[in-house]
Design a protein around this ligand. Structure first.
Ligand SMILES: Nc1ncnc2c1ncn2[C@@H]1O[C@H](COP(=O)(O)OP(=O)(O)OP(=O)(O)O)[C@@H](O)[C@H]1O
Ligand SMILES: [Mg+2]
Length: 323
């Protein structure tokens, strides 16, 4: 039996807005094994960051987890208070934010910021050991350790991104969530950092959730991939199966827009229209207004997210476009 570091069951959260609740994460179930890297893909606004901040319980005031479990090493953290949750953040689950550039404090040196988390969670280490650990982390992410006493503004964008990754690694987390960690960087720097992240993840046997709307990036770093659409996880399978044998029409459409990855023989499914407004999502399957295979049942009943064999999960009434 492989051990699960994270098991998410039927997670539902919403944001309260003046126009009503926005169901950004709706009934999402998945798990991550120890040391496993998974990817989460989906169009802008489908709820990827909302899942990430729910897992860490770093939610804005207008957000609420309404249902479900988030088991970290088998403890459900949903009922925990903020101070109880603090024991898990950094130590068990840590995150590299989408706007990582802004997640550093400009008035402290990079070293001081990393030390702050380590003093709280790695108190068993001596000052000297912490110092050595920071040097090691810097080397690991490809930064010169002599730069650790500089301030974030003295770093380039790529260096800051590496520093934020070092920070997320500082307390040896079981799982790290990387939310579009490289999109603000130029392609060459992006590629170098991605390769490093992948190597570190394997070397430290750390589990990872890699979030991106770019499936080429996801393919490079993940063993399994979850595809999100309008607040729902609609398909999850091995990276290979998602790319070569997708069964949800939304995934099929996503993949056919990347023939360079999946090869020419993939059936072309093109996507018309826009993702729905999450204030007022369509009934039944949320994808039905854009789905070329939709029938009456898709308008009326929500398909169950279920195993179609070999750990290939999908929520669809017409998997693979079948009648
Ligand atoms: N603080 C908030 N208050 C109200 N609605 C919000 C808030 N944050 C996000 N949303 C809404 O929740 C939905 C999901 O947003 P989320 O940021 O999770 O998407 P995403 O998949 O991460 O998108 P992107 O690829 O652009 O980062 C969107 O409809 C968004 O407008
Ligand atoms: Mg996001």
């Amino acid at each position: 039996m492989t051990e699960k570091v994270l098991a998410v069951n039927d997670l539902t959260m919403h944001y309260m807005t003046r126009k009503g609740p926005v169901f950004a994460v709706d009934g999402v179930t998945f798990h991550v094994d120890r040391g496993e890297a998974i990817g989460l893909v989906g169009e802008s606004g489908c709820g990827k960051t909302s899942i990430a901040i729910s897992l860490l319980k770093l939610l804005p005031n207008n957000a609420k987890i309404l249902n479900g479990e988030i088991r970290i090493n088998d403890t459900d953290v949903v009922p925990l208070t903020d101070s109880e949750m603090n024991k898990y953040r950094w130590k068990n689950i840590s995150m590299v934010f989408q706007a990582a550039m802004n997640s550093m404090n400009p008035v402290y040196t990079v070293e001081e910021q990393i030390l702050e988390a380590m003093r709280e969670h790695m108190a068993h280490l001596s000052d000297k050991e912490m110092d050595e650990k920071i040097d090691h982390l810097f080397t690991l992410v490809g930064l010169d350790p002599t730069l650790k006493d500089q301030y974030p503004h003295q770093y380039s964008g790529g260096m800051r991104q590496r520093a934020v990754i070092a920070m997320a690694l500082s307390c040896d987390p079981d799982i790290i969530i990387a939310d579009e960690p490289t999109t603000a960087l130029d392609v060459i720097v992006q590629d170098a950092i991605l390769k490093r992240v992948r190597e570190i993840q394997i070397e430290l046997n750390m589990a990872m959730i890699y979030i991106s709307h770019d499936i080429a990036v996801i393919a490079e770093v993940s063993k399994r991939v979850g595809v999100m659409y309008a607040g729902k996880l609609v398909e999850m399978a091995s990276t290979e199966a998602i790319f070569h044998r997708p069964i949800h029409p939304y995934t099929m459409a996503l993949m056919s827009s990347f023939p360079s990855i999946v090869g020419e023989k993939a059936d072309l499914v093109t996507l018309a229209g826009e993702p729905p407004d999450l204030l007022n999502p369509p009934p039944g399957c949320r994808f039905h207004p854009r789905c070329p295979y939709a029938t009456e049942i898709c308008h009326e009943q929500e398909p169950e997210f279920k195993d179609h064999g070999a750990d290939h999960f999908a929520a669809c009434w017409h998997p693979g476009g079948e009648k």
